[in-house]
Design a protein around this ligand. Structure first.
Ligand SMILES: NC(=O)C1=CN([C@@H]2O[C@H](COP(=O)(O)OP(=O)(O)OC[C@H]3O[C@@H](n4cnc5c(N)ncnc54)[C@H](OP(=O)(O)O)[C@@H]3O)[C@@H](O)[C@H]2O)C=CC1
Ligand SMILES: CC(=O)N[C@@H](CCC(=O)OP(=O)(O)O)C(=O)O
Length: 322
């Protein structure tokens, strides 16, 4: 009888860990092991599990992730880390398979994969295809805007929204005001940017969902190879359609520019799903590209499972909600 790959989660009772557990416990093609509740932070128990499993997920704060990675460094277990700790580390593969065929291949062979940050996933899903197509200069003065549900802040923020009263929590709240958000380094590295984007995240009073928006003045974009002429919305449609044509998780919205006119695009349109939708709006002078997904889906647990599927030689969409 064929043995199933053994997988376990460190941080199973956290926000990302719980969603992962929900999705994985339904799977018949893996064996999901569970750390005993009273030993879930015990390094020796984690090491013992790492010795008998094929792959482990880390759904932990950065410092705890680093500690666990150090503790299992001599054990040949494959690791998927959902924290920020290793995303710009050259020894780790960045877990965004939709970048390219090579990236997908690198993930499938990797021992250590860093799952992208939620805001970073939205920003990269927009910038990377445009840079790869050669129309977006890497020194373009970008401003990225991101709306997120409060589950993005983990257990602590969820408790605040559930327990605290007051107008502060009812209105959308902008943060990252000092322009040092922790996702900027991974965005810059993956997209090869030479100028950091301005980045304005906003957390609002809904549980899950994300809407990342980036605007482009087309007169400041460039035609590939310096050809004369202006980029227009058709070029945007063509670039995203081509880049994501074989993707199972990322789709270009079928809405035309006319159909986006008057539309109220909700930040939780993909809540509960693991997929991501790219919308193109605006006009030929000023184009908005908008990425909608779930911070707990393609922004965390869904992306982690997509990478696990590739690492275990399964179709990337296995067990995901699209
Ligand atoms: N929420 C989201 O949308 C996203 C989160 N992430 C990242 O995923 C990681 C987990 O985040 P999230 O699930 O939101 O966080 P939570 O705070 O909801 O959960 C963290 C979990 O880790 C456990 N934990 C803490 N320290 C240790 C340790 N030393 N050993 C074992 N377990 C430990 C906590 O247990 P206890 O509560 O008992 O301390 C808790 O269950 C973070 O790095 C986060 O930045 C990434 C993308 C999106
Ligand atoms: C609402 C909220 O606070 N969101 C978090 C992002 C959650 C996330 O993606 O965190 P990781 O980088 O650890 O993966 C933030 O902006 O810091």
């Amino acid at each position: 009888m064929k043995t199933l790959p053994k997988v376990f989660i460190v941080g199973e009772s956290g926000t990302t860990g719980l969603r992962l557990q929900d999705r994985l416990s339904e799977r018949k093609d893996i064996e999901l092991l569970h750390l005993p509740e009273d030993k879930r932070k015990d390094i020796q128990t984690i090491q013992a599990f790492a010795k008998k499993a094929d792959l482990m997920f880390l759904c932990l704060p950065d410092a705890a992730s680093k500690e666990v990675v150090e503790a299992v460094k001599d054990i040949p277990i494959r690791i998927l880390d959902t924290s920020t700790a290793h995303r710009t580390d050259d020894d780790w593969v960045y877990g965004f398979p939709e970048l390219s065929k090579d990236q997908k291949e690198a993930i499938s062979k990797a021992q250590k994969v860093a799952v992208p940050g939620c805001h970073a996933s939205g920003v990269i899903s927009i910038l990377y295809p445009l840079i790869h197509a050669g129309i977006l200069p890497i020194n373009y003065p970008l401003h990225c805007f991101s709306l997120t549900g409060y589950s993005g802040g983990g257990k602590k923020m969820i408790a605040q929204y559930n327990e605290e009263e007051g107008a502060d929590f009812k209105a959308p709240r902008q943060y990252g005001l000092s322009q040092n958000h922790k996702h900027l380094p991974e965005i810059m590295k993956v997209c090869h940017l030479c100028e950091a984007p301005l980045f304005s995240p906003v957390v609002d009073d809904f549980f899950e969902g994300m809407e990342v928006t980036i605007g482009f003045h087309t007169h400041f974009l460039q035609l590939p190879c310096g050809l004369p002429g202006d980029i227009d919305t058709d070029d945007f449609h063509m670039i995203f359609k081509k880049h994501y044509e074989n993707s199972k998780l990322i789709h270009l919205s079928p809405l035309s520019l006319e159909e986006t006119n008057g539309l109220f695009l909700s930040a939780n349109e993909n809540a509960g799903k693991d997929s991501l939708t790219i919308h193109i709006a605006g006009n030929d002078d000023r184009v908005l590209v908008i990425s909608t997904f779930d911070n707990l889906g393609k922004g965390a647990s869904g992306a982690a499972i997509e990478c696990m599927n590739l690492m275990l030689g399964m179709p990337e969409e296995t067990g995901l909600v699209i």
